[in-house]
Write a protein that binds this ligand. Structure first.
Ligand SMILES: [Zn+2]
Length: 313
């Protein structure tokens, strides 16, 4: 098994959102990657520039941040070819590592646009180095920039940021500083290719919380009526925890509830409703232990929602 630490640069429609290709809001123009072995030792690197085919002109903001000019891009190769070569470089047992969770999503969205998504089967377990950095060195919730991480760890800053290979190298340097145990305890799951059937649904237990990823439903109401989605099992012992506060929505995407495990106390359920490209929905539910104060906050949130609804009437 190898770790593939990668970074992408992408372009967007230079003429604004109204003229963008809806299936490809961000077109990948550069892939950079560093391969590390299972002991996180350097093996080799990968770098390709991709000739833009959808947005041939660079968006002014892309131009500002990336280190590629029109001439370099004109000499790039096609996306299909680049991604095939990238996956060959990765090998069959790759664990992807990225700074944040967006690069893996955009890689798959570009692959889908070009009809080659079947080359990379999801859902994908990966290492979100930005999250691992926060868990290791900060509060676990903050999400800092790559440059902040490099400065914080006082690692060498010998290349310009926002070039795919440089950023992959920087991410790899930070990844090498994370403890084994933290990598084992906090993997991430990318659900761009979400579970389609009951059998594919994901149940994962982490240190401090559990996660469930449902199959697809036609609407969020139907998702929230599903027995498995609405259930509350204690993340520590797995037993059914009795609800103290039923699921309520705080906005159009998030639902919360409170439940109690006789052995492990108050638990908070949070369900995020995600839309697929095809307009269906699926649910990502997390359950974790909360303090009395946190539980009170959830209750207040519900009261605030009730008041808001009354005002609207
Ligand atoms: Zn319990």
């Amino acid at each position: 098994m190898n770790y593939i630490v990668f970074d992408l640069e992408w372009n967007q429609c230079p003429y604004g959102k109204c003229r963008e290709e809806a299936r490809l809001p961000f077109e990948i123009i550069e892939i950079g990657a560093v391969k590390l072995n299972k002991n996180r030792e350097y093996v080799e690197e990968f770098h390709r520039i991709i000739k833009p085919a959808v947005y041939k002109k660079l968006h002014y903001r892309t131009k500002e941040v990336i280190n590629l000019d029109d001439e370099a891009l004109a000499h790039g190769i096609g996306f299909r070819e680049a991604v095939r070569e990238f996956l060959t470089f990765c090998g069959p047992e790759a664990v992807f590592c990225t700074w944040g969770n967006i690069d893996l999503l955009e890689l798959q969205r570009n692959m889908k646009y070009y009809g080659v998504l079947k080359l990379l089967k999801g859902p994908l377990h990966f290492c979100d180095v930005q999250k691992l950095f926060s868990i290791s060195f900060e509060d676990g919730r903050s999400r800092k920039s790559l440059e902040y991480g490099i400065d914080f760890l006082q690692l060498e800053k010998d290349q310009k940021f926002h070039s795919a290979l440089a950023d992959a190298r920087y991410t790899a340097r930070i990844f090498m500083r994370i403890e084994d145990q933290i990598i084992r305890d906090f993997d991430s799951i990318d659900c761009y290719q979400n579970p389609k059937s009951k059998k594919e649904e994901i149940h994962a237990v982490y240190k401090g919380y559990s996660k469930f990823i449902s199959r697809e439903f036609p609407s969020k109401e139907e998702a929230m009526h599903d027995r498995e989605v609405s259930s509350t099992h204690c993340n520590v012992c797995g037993k059914t925890a009795r609800k103290k506060l039923r699921w309520f929505s705080s906005n159009s995407k998030n639902y919360y509830c409170l439940a109690i495990c006789p052995q492990h106390g108050m638990l908070r359920g949070k369900t995020r409703i995600k839309k697929t490209d095809e307009g269906k929905v699926f649910a990502i539910k997390t359950i974790r232990q909360v303090s009395d104060e946190e539980a009170a906050e959830i209750r207040q949130k519900k009261e605030a929602m009730k008041k808001k609804r009354k005002m609207k009437r």
